[in-house]
Write a protein that binds this ligand. Structure first.
Ligand code: NOJ
Length: 561
């Protein structure tokens, strides 16, 4: 049994500030926009908010390239706005998490500027500068956004390492002076009243050194090897993460959620066990399912059966270790309803089904802005509409591999990060009530139908379903089972039925979700005492204890003895 923590029973929400609410008329969301919408979030039942980066940044990767950790980018507001946001959230019982992006900073950060002036000086040691080999980069690593992970430093024989974009130089965690700077900065933010951090790309801070080529067959025709290959050989990240925990997180009793890919199985307990480096980490199993080293154009689309397997596998793996964070989507993923529900089946019932199964898994449920409305992928009509650097790279990869412009657009549209970054759909007025100016990214044309104003007072809306799930999670009669109960699959082998028990100390809940359009009949494994939630108006139990689940019907039943 894991140690109980204050945040286990909560519900968390991610805000992508650039696309949430513009109040200044520059087409970009801002901190005052978040303040304006705090009551909306309170009404939904949110307890914890993670705000994607709003620090000073050239926005080459939408703020994940920080040029000053101690400043708010003027496009998002001021430090006073941030302080007011933290205070106003607190008044509503909401905790704020900032995004901690410390694998890299921006090439416009003063540290990097000084390092460029004197690569062999103290700031040069904040980064990785290496000599090239015969006029080529120091090794054959490919960055996550395509191309070599090394960028030449003009006028020298040096290159600097950037696992992400070339405007995101990697910080050298081997250097204790750099680590000190980071811990100081983190403490400075915690002193402002944060509850903690979401921690970006953290597995990358430990590199396999010294830098060598990976001679496995190159995974793409560019002859390079993915940086993830190197991560498997990088040993000793725990020294850095343990230090960060002891120096900062423990001192503040911070709540932290790690963005952790590629963690080694044997290290999971070190990451989120009782004295783990982090409080929790996101479960990305379903998000990475079907990925292909050759690129998005070769990735396989996930089916409901695969989704079910991913969820159950993650639950099983973590049950004795720690408390996961469950997501349906985030700012790096397509909209979950467009990904996990076959396009031909998409309906409000299906959207609610997805919400129900995800919320009833053991773990901390997260909502990414707009998910609570059932926001969908954007039907891109041209590559010109795409802003995201990762999608543009994947498009180029697809084209290089022979796809026509049309085919390449179709391939990357499904996965594009911009799907989730379109402006929040507040109402049916111009630009969905997001801005009075031209929005920085196109508003999804379905906003006249899918928007908050149309849903908050409609008891049958997707929003109301999320709200009901949150109320149920906090209901004293059921909270302990929902938050801590063990999960046991029910009729796991039955195709497109996602069903599971949650066993509490004194009660058992059964979640039944018919992940297909055709109805199905199920025999209940016990007497139903109460239907706790149902995404249809009707649900009846026959005398022989069978029930029929309609097209994407999902129910939560109390079947305690
Ligand atoms: C993960 C972030 O979520 C993503 O948006 C970003 O591009 C990379 N890390 C690099 O910071």
């Amino acid at each position: 049994m894991i140690q109980k923590k204050w945040w286990h029973g909560k519900v968390a929400y991610q805000i992508y500030p650039k696309s949430f609410q513009d109040t200044t008329g520059n087409g970009i969301g801002d901190l005052r926009g978040i303040i304006r919408r705090l009551d909306y979030l309170k009404d939904l039942g949110i307890d914890i908010i993670w705000i994607s980066p709003c620090y000073q940044s050239p926005l080459a990767d939408q703020g994940y390239d920080i040029s000053d950790y101690y400043k708010i980018d003027p496009r998002f507001g001021t430090m006073e706005d941030m302080e007011e946001l933290i205070a106003q959230a607190k008044e509503r019982g909401i905790s704020i998490l900032m995004d901690l992006v410390v694998n890299h900073c921006s090439d416009e950060h003063i540290w990097f500027q000084k390092a460029l002036q004197d690569p062999y000086g103290p700031y040069g040691k904040y980064f990785y500068f290496e000599k090239g080999v015969n006029g080529q980069p120091p090794n054959n690593w490919r960055g996550y956004f395509g191309g070599s992970a090394w960028e030449p430093v003009p006028g020298t024989d040096l290159y600097y390492l950037h696992l992400f974009h070339k405007k995101q130089p990697d910080l050298n965690w081997e250097n204790p002076a750099l680590r000190e700077e980071i811990y100081q900065m983190m403490s400075w933010w915690m002193d402002k009243g944060l509850a903690g951090f979401r921690i970006d790309a953290i597995i990358n801070i430990k590199k396999a050194l010294p830098f060598t080529d990976y001679s496995y067959p190159p995974d793409r025709d560019d002859g390079l090897a993915s940086a993830t290959t190197m991560l498997a050989d990088a040993v000793g990240i725990g020294t850095f993460l343990g230090e960060m925990r002891d120096r900062v997180f423990h001192k503040y009793d911070a709540f932290t959620v790690g963005e952790v890919f590629n963690v080694k199985d044997e290290e999971l307990a070190d990451f989120i066990g009782d004295n783990g480096y982090f409080s929790t980490m996101f479960d990305f199993r379903a998000a990475v399912w079907g990925g292909d080293p050759r690129g998005w154009y070769c990735s396989r689309h996930i089916t409901p059966e695969d989704y079910k397997s991913c969820c159950f596998a993650a639950q099983k793996q973590m049950e004795q270790i720690g408390y996961l964070s469950n997501i349906i989507e985030n700012h790096d993923e397509p909209r979950g309803v467009s990904r996990y529900i076959p396009a031909a089946d998409l309906s409000d019932h299906a959207k609610k089904l997805l919400a129900i199964v995800s919320f009833m898994l053991r773990g901390l449920p997260w909502i990414y802005q707009g998910q609570e409305l059932g926001m969908e992928n954007l039907p891109f009509t041209s590559i010109e509409e795409i802003d995201d650097i990762s999608t543009l790279d994947e498009y180029a990869v697809a084209r290089r591999n022979g796809l026509t412009a049309e085919e390449a657009l179709a391939a990357v549209s499904f996965y594009s990060r911009d799907n989730a970054r379109t402006p929040f759909q507040w109402d049916a007025s111009a630009n969905a009530g997001f801005t009075e100016a031209t929005p920085w990214l196109r508003v999804n044309p379905n906003y006249t139908r899918i928007n908050a104003a149309a849903q908050i007072h409609d008891p049958c809306s997707v929003f109301s379903c999320y709200k009901a799930l949150i109320v149920l999670r906090k209901d004293p009669d059921y909270a302990d089972t929902i938050v801590y109960g063990s999960l046991e699959p029910f009729r796991e082998e039955e195709e497109n039925l996602m069903a599971f028990y949650r066993h509490g100390k004194t009660q058992t809940l059964l979640i039944l979700a018919n992940f297909r359009k055709e109805p199905r009949t199920v025999t209940l494994p016990g007497q139903c005492r109460k239907v706790l939630l149902n995404n249809y108006d009707t649900f009846s139990i026959r005398n022989d204890n069978t029930v029929t689940l309609e097209d994407y019907q999902a129910v939560i039943l109390d079947i305690s003895k």
